[in-house]
Design a protein around this ligand. Structure first.
Ligand code: KG4
Ligand code: ZN
Length: 355
């Protein structure tokens, strides 16, 4: 089965082509540069950029997947002919950004008479661990139940996966997402968006014990997270500092803050391992691109004698359409298509498990 997947839930315009669970192409057009001066995603700008970029991104994904460039063809319909299913992110995400991808997916499905699958973005992050390259690598035997820590700018969740499509939420953030907490700290320190990779770079040379910061929720006997208190505590610690002191200590500040965020994640992951008796661990989401967090996670897995999996490529951690494609593949296999294409609507607050 060949799937064309489209993802426009936030600030990346993405399209990918999959053959079952194998990635044939994965095109990501980042809007990062547009938000430098705003220090965060601006929905209106995102919508406009998605509109401008989505067709070239889809065409590029089809051309790369089917090697159409060598045939001198730039014709979208030549690529679409080879596709069986269109998959698109329905939510959660920024409503007006989601609307662009959904509009295009509907148009393609109707014009070329393709089946359409609506995908939950968070499920995409979870299943990014099941993606393979065009040669079918890596082959992974993920033992269920598997415990996934999925951490990005929009969500932070611990999900117990008992097979594809069988999810139980073990814990989640009660306020900010972990990525959002990192983005906000970078902003406080005077840096741009996205803050996660900036904090990561600064933290490399810093002393993580420099500031004494809380590990929110660590005493609570559940697996939920909270990051807004940590952000406030950081703010109060440095608010009276002069600019040059912040500049002088910026590495130590970043390292201490990053450590507090990651410790909070790991404390709850350990609790969840104890409570669920998971047989394997997985990491997913944009924050998982962080090398320090990956190292911490590997250590924790080793201590618990559990296998750990992460997406096989860095670009599969942050938003991409291949992860939407793999959910599309599994849903299509089960016949879970959109029944009435005209009625498909964006769902900015779509839950992973609908009640
Ligand atoms: O999954 P993602 O691309 O989009 C959402 O679904 O939100 O995640 C974006 C988040 C941002 O908060 C960004 O700062 C964070 O992931 N991020 C990182 C790194 N790369 C991206 N956080 C820490 N270290 C990184 N290297
Ligand atoms: Zn995401």
């Amino acid at each position: 089965m060949r799937i064309l997947a489209i993802e426009t839930s936030c600030d990346d315009t993405c399209a990918s082509v999959l053959e079952n669970d194998k990635i044939l192409s994965n095109v990501i057009s980042s809007q990062m540069d547009l938000y430098k001066k705003w220090r965060g995603v601006v929905p209106d700008i995102a919508k406009r950029a998605h509109k401008k970029r989505i067709w070239p991104v889809i065409t590029e994904a089809l051309m790369r997947a089917f090697n159409l460039r060598s045939q001198g063809s730039l014709d979208l319909s030549k690529g679409i002919e080879k596709i069986d299913v269109v998959a698109v992110t329905q939510g959660p995400g920024l409503a007006i950004a989601l609307g662009v991808g959904i509009g295009v997916a509907k148009e393609l499905a109707k014009k070329y008479k393709k089946k359409l699958v609506a995908v939950n973005h968070v499920e995409g992050h979870i299943l990014s661990n099941f993606l393979k390259n065009s040669k079918g690598k890596p082959e992974r035997k993920i033992k269920f139940p598997a415990l996934v820590l999925t951490v990005s700018g929009g969500h932070t969740k611990l999900v117990l996966v008992d097979g594809i499509g069988k999810y139980e939420i073990v814990g989640e953030t009660l306020d900010d997402a972990a990525g959002e907490a990192l983005d906000k700290a970078a902003k406080m320190l005077g840096f741009g968006y996205p803050g996660g990779p900036i904090i990561e770079r600064l933290a490399e040379k810093g002393n993580e014990n420099f500031l004494d910061l809380p590990r929110p929720m660590s005493k609570f006997k559940n697996c939920n997270f909270s990051f807004s208190g940590l952000k406030t505590s950081f703010y109060y610690k440095i608010r009276k500092w002069k600019k040059d002191r912040v500049a002088e200590k910026v590495h130590d500040l970043a390292a201490s803050y990053q450590k507090a965020v990651f410790d909070s994640l790991l404390i709850k992951l350990q609790r969840a391992i104890n409570e669920t008796k998971a047989k394997s661990l997985m990491g997913a989401g944009g924050v998982m691109a962080n090398l320090e967090l990956r190292k911490d996670l590997r250590k924790l897995a080793k201590k618990n004698n559990l296998p750990i999996f992460m997406p096989f490529k860095k670009e599969l951690n942050t938003d991409n359409a291949a992860m939407i494609g793999i959910v599309g593949y599994y849903k299509a296999k089960k016949g879970e298509f959109v029944k009435d294409i005209d009625k498909l609507e964006r769902e900015a607050r779509l839950e992973l498990i609908e009640n």
